[in-house]
Ligand binder design. Structure first.
Ligand code: GDP
Length: 439
């Protein structure tokens, strides 16, 4: 699904990405290609026209063209507009307070209504409801048998009534649901291969009789822009609240899915990508738009760029530490790491003979906190260049931290010892690093 369109659009934008600046001509020719790609995906031509006009206008804005990364902005605009086309916000199925709730499914024959009915029942059951399926498709041979089999599979009651009169079966289904404490009735209606007067009248009659809380139209994703005519006919004659797009797992070009919202104003509520009862998913326009534009890949690209940057920063940090340019900020970081690892006692306990050593003397866990308070009382310059800390500065810091100046001296002593120790250790660490690098 959407594979071709997706490839085409991604190709157009990777072409733009190679350019530093974008001109009006670049946008015009990119939008011409977008137009072609969408028409080839069988999106309704009016929808394409409006989509391209909106997108182009936003992309030609001087702010976009003169921005630091115009191509990124263009991609963002296209993602936004695609999301808008697909329905902007998620459109969840909300049940009303009426019990039983009635959901009626309409659509052409073969669109996937019967399977969608079972999938919806399966979903509602998993959410804690107790649905009932009413088999009102009395024309398609074996439709009721198919529903019964699916119902058995998912453990949902199926009402078949006399198997002849669709209106009576729908009404009987509601009575049966009340008698059997079911809180949602899903009415599967009959479709025809094409829009047909009798089908519409029957759907209207069922609607009048059971007054559904929601009517969902099931649309086969393989239908291209022809969906516009079918959906418009259903919208006019029975009206519906939302769409279930079935067969999204096929290699459909996606035209129907991209056209239906714009043409009918009705949101896609669910998509189904498989024949199994658990293959009905809620539809998220933003995710779908990003998928079409291959944003998953772009996101991972950004993620790996950030990772490289972090690695560079870590490398610079290690180099600084290796040159023993340890400063008091590093000291705070070390302190915090020790705390994260469970404090000094835990660290000592983990060392050989540590448990024994701990048994003999007290560890002052509060020392770490006091150290941090003292360092926090220093100026930024003092923390970065501890050699600045003369007598008068130390007295000021001690007063600020509320400790005796001897504690500041003690901290500086510890700091200098650590620095010396690191200087001694570094050649060995460096050596280890070189060996690892040579492997
Ligand atoms: P109805 O005439 O509208 O009731 O259509 P059905 O529910 O009988 O579906 C027609 C065919 O499409 C059946 O073979 C289904 O198994 C199949 N089908 C329905 N939904 C999907 C789907 O999401 N993916 C795939 N691959 N097949 C589906």
């Amino acid at each position: 699904m959407f594979d071709n369109l997706s490839d085409r659009l991604q190709g157009i934008f990777s072409g733009l990405r190679g350019k530093g600046r974008l001109t009006e001509d670049d946008i015009n020719s990119a939008m011409r290609e977008v137009r072609m790609a969408m028409l080839e995906a069988d999106v309704n031509f009016k929808v394409v026209k409006q989509f391209v006009a909106r997108t182009k206008e936003r992309c030609l804005d001087a702010e976009v063209l003169d921005s630091l990364s115009p191509t990124q902005n263009v991609i963002k605009i296209v993602t936004d507009e695609l999301t808008e086309l697909l329905g902007r916000t998620d459109s969840k199925l909300v049940l009303s307070s009426r019990i039983p709730n009635v959901i009626m499914l309409v659509g052409l024959q073969g669109s996937g209504k019967t399977t969608a009915a079972a999938k919806l029942a399966y979903r509602l059951k998993a959410e804690g409801h107790s649905p009932l399926l009413a088999a009102c498709d009395v024309y398609r041979p074996a439709a009721a048998d198919q529903l019964e089999t699916l119902g058995n599979e998912i453990g949902v009651r199926v009402f078949r009534g006399d198997g002849k009169d669709p209106v009576a079966i729908a009404e009987g289904g509601i009575k049966d649901a009340i008698a059997n404490l079911r809180d949602v009735v899903i009415v599967d209606t009959a479709g025809r291969l094409h829009v047909d007067e009798q089908m519409m009248e029957e759907a209207q009659a069922i609607k009048r009789a059971v007054k559904p809380d929601q009517i969902l139209m099931v649309v086969d994703a393989m239908t291209g822009q022809d969906v516009v005519n079918v959906a418009a006919a259903f919208a006019e004659r029975v009206d519906f609240d939302g769409v279930i797009m079935s067969k999204m797992d096929g290699d459909a070009r996606g035209g129907g899915a991209l056209s239906i919202r714009e043409v009918t104003g009705k949101p896609i509520k669910f998509i189904s990508a498989g024949e199994k009862p658990d293959s009905l998913e809620e539809f998220h326009p933003d995710r779908m738009a990003r998928r079409i534009l291959g944003m998953g890949d772009m996101l991972s690209l950004i993620e790996s760029a950030v990772k490289v940057q972090q690695e560079e920063e870590e490398k610079a940090e290690t180099e600084r530490l290796m040159k023993s340019q340890l400063n008091l900020n590093d000291f705070i970081t070390m302190n915090r790491q020790i705390r994260k690892m469970g404090g000094v006692s835990k660290l000592i306990a983990a060392l050989p003979g540590g448990e024994k050593a701990l048994g003999q003397g007290q560890v002052d866990e509060g020392a770490l906190d006091r150290m941090e308070v003292i360092i926090n009382s220093m100026t930024k310059a003092e923390r970065e260049k501890p050699e600045l800390l003369n007598g008068s500065r130390r007295a000021r810091i001690a007063a600020g931290a509320g400790v005796h100046v001897s504690e500041v001296n003690q901290l500086m002593k510890k700091f200098n010892e650590t620095k010396k120790m690191m200087k001694k250790m570094m050649p060995a660490v460096e050596d280890m690093g070189n060996k690892k690098g040579k492997k």
